[in-house]
Ligand binder design. Structure first.
Ligand SMILES: [Zn+2]
Length: 323
């Protein structure tokens, strides 16, 4: 039903999608050929435009105009502009892991859209869903109502159930804008090497980079984490590394963010920043590190103590050498 609607998207819909020309090309091609799907996996690290793209498509999908969409005039477009639109739901999977929540979603999806043409579900951090939640979601993806469209956003598509992924169109969002971020930082007075390091931690987001630059503690946390991971020549060093990470137990979220950036770098086959380089020299694989970080984030969300989260992560890294 919505496939025909895609063909009349306003070209400006993609204007906000800076630097992701290949995604624009793929989506426009799908629109033109009517091969769009009911469910998408958008994979890429933070700041690569996954959420922006999902929101842009949701806007156009919901417009009820017969002409180019989104028209900005119809009830659905006006409700969205006013923030009163309810046919698009954004769900953070990190706080939505229970199968009961997915059951609610499965019941709710059966009610047709109120003002828009489609019901759109944007599930951010989709890799954080539990297997039970994935299995419940799978039942909806197997027989979705004609008006339902799902976007699953994640840096780690491998963590989604294969049966889920096989029902989705997967689009990869490569990181972009690190050079641009570096230039912005240099313009705001940062030295070249500092700007390069912060850019590597920015997930391609100038806003996030400027935040790091303002936070005097952030790079101290980075240096402390780097020193701890440099101790890890073998798994016999885990206790020493864990002891070195102990003072960072209250900065657990920051450490995990720093490691997520390093994992992203390694997954792209790069290791320019000191931490990614140190991890690479120790044979640590990017995807394995990302999985360890995802598990650690789940533990953190379940209020496990910071020092135990970080210690478990160290052990998970060394499973690589055992397998
Ligand atoms: Zn409209």
């Amino acid at each position: 039903m919505y496939q025909a609607l895609y063909r009349s998207f306003r070209p400006e819909v993609f204007d906000e999608l800076l630097g992701q020309e290949h995604i624009e090309k793929i989506l426009k091609n799908q629109i033109a050929t009517g091969t769009t799907g009911h469910a998408y996996v958008f994979c890429g690290t933070r700041g690569t435009g996954k959420t922006t793209t999902a929101r842009l498509l949701a806007k156009a999908l919901n417009c009820t105009s017969d002409g180019e969409r989104p028209c900005g005039q119809c009830e659905a477009c006006r409700a969205r502009a006013a923030g009163t639109f309810i046919d698009v739901q954004e769900i953070d999977a990190a706080s939505f892991t229970g199968v009961d929540n997915i059951r609610q979603l499965r019941e709710e999806v059966n009610y047709p859209p109120v003002t828009g043409r489609n019901k759109v579900y944007i599930i951010d951090e989709a890799h954080m869903l539990t297997n039970a939640a994935f299995n419940a979601l799978l039942k909806t993806l197997e027989e979705p109502p004609s008006y339902a469209v799902f976007f699953l956003l994640t840096p780690l598509p491998e963590a989604l159930l294969p049966t889920i992924r096989s029902r989705c169109v997967t689009l990869r969002f490569p990181p972009q804008g690190e050079q641009e971020v570096k230039r912005e930082l240099e313009n705001s007075g940062a030295a070249a090497d500092k700007a390069e390091l912060i850019a590597s931690l920015s997930f391609g987001s100038v806003g996030h980079a400027l935040e790091i630059n303002r936070d005097a503690e952030y790079l101290k946390t980075y240096d402390a984490a780097l020193s701890a991971f440099r101790l890890l020549e073998s798994k016999n060093d885990i206790p020493r590394a864990a002891a070195a990470l102990l003072p960072l137990r209250d900065k657990c979220a920051q450490v995990l963010e720093i490691l997520e950036a390093a994992a992203g770098e390694l997954m792209r086959g790069e290791s320019r920043a000191p931490l990614a380089s140190a991890l690479n020299a120790r044979g640590i694989d990017g995807a394995r590190l990302m999985k360890a970080v995802v598990k650690a984030s789940r533990m953190r969300n379940a209020h496990v103590a910071g020092h135990y989260v970080l210690e478990t992560l160290l052990f998970d890294l060394f499973d690589i050498y055992d397998s």
